[in-house]
Ligand binder design. Structure first.
Ligand SMILES: [Zn+2]
Ligand SMILES: [Zn+2]
Length: 294
């Protein structure tokens, strides 16, 4: 089976493409360095024009002139108090472009953006001098995808602690399992409270590289799950995705069917079934029953 792009089509960004009335596309800023879309559809090009930061749902930014990006979307630049909640509390998508090699820390850059679902543009960054990625996405509890992470140069990174802490919905960072990691890097609790799915993705690569401390980077998984159940019998990889149309859990690498489910809930016959990557189970949104595979 071919890798099917439509399968991973990002609806979130398509919605903002429609709301954009300012630039050719949300990925090309045409000479401006900032595009902001508010929840009423209004387009702005400067943060100083925004009356209430909570109105922002989308941000596209050129960061090539920035040197200090630590805490960038958090309190330092956007909140009153260090301990207050993030005021960018409704932003759903960020396209961040052109980080240059003079940047050395991305610590807490996207910290506590509770509504954020998608981050893109990271393939345009030069991260060769970055030493600190700690807490970069921590507490982004709705974050699902980070596009471009695989192209990060992390050879000088010494700290990835808590980088994805509480990213409970994250499911598309498998590409970073091929990172060339620095031997001196601290990884403690990098994926604390993430989904079991994440652990599975990293199992084959990182388990070998970090033999003694592998389990320390993944902590607080509630259920005990036999990871081998989700390993592809065809290609040997841990890389699954649930296909709603066919009610099948597929190997994203080769398309092999790993598990097959009924298309309606066994208890209430509802068809509102969502695969929860945190518990690796198919959950009925109507009656909360965890449906077992066929
Ligand atoms: Zn496979
Ligand atoms: Zn049900």
């Amino acid at each position: 089976m071919e890798y099917d792009c439509d399968f991973f089509y990002n609806e979130d960004l398509a919605d903002f493409e429609k709301l954009n009335t300012t630039t050719k596309s949300i990925y090309e800023l045409d000479g401006i360095d900032c595009l902001i879309i508010l929840k009423n559809g209004e387009n702005l090009t400067d943060f100083s024009e925004v009356k209430d930061l909570a109105d922002i749902v989308y941000i596209s930014l050129d960061l090539s002139q920035k040197e200090d990006l630590s805490n960038y979307f958090f309190y330092k630049k956007f909140s009153f108090s260090r301990y207050g909640h993030n005021q960018l509390k409704n932003v759903k998508a960020i396209v961040a472009l052109n980080v240059k090699s003079n940047v050395t820390s991305l610590k807490c850059m996207f910290y506590d953006l509770k509504s954020l679902k998608t981050v893109s543009g990271l393939d345009s960054w030069d991260t060769s001098n970055i030493s600190d990625l700690s807490r970069m996405f921590a507490y982004c509890t709705n974050l699902e995808t980070v596009n471009g992470l695989e192209s990060f140069d992390v050879e000088n990174v010494k700290n990835m602690q808590y980088m994805f802490k509480r990213c409970e919905k994250i499911k598309d960072i498998g590409s970073i399992k091929d990172w060339k990691i620095n031997e001196e890097c601290e990884f403690e609790k990098m994926f604390e409270n993430c989904s079991v799915f994440v652990k599975m993705e990293f199992y084959s690569n990182w388990h070998n590289q970090l033999e003694n401390s592998f389990d320390d980077i993944f902590t607080d998984f509630s259920p005990y799950i036999d990871l081998n159940k989700f390993k592809c019998r065809n290609c040997g990889q841990f890389n699954v995705i649930y296909d709603k149309k066919s009610s099948k859990l597929l190997c994203r690498n080769c398309g092999h069917v790993i598990l097959e489910y009924d298309s309606v809930c066994r208890d209430c016959s509802g068809s509102n079934l969502e695969f929860d990557y945190g518990i690796m189970g198919l959950v009925c949104s109507d009656c909360a029953l965890i449906n077992n595979p066929k």
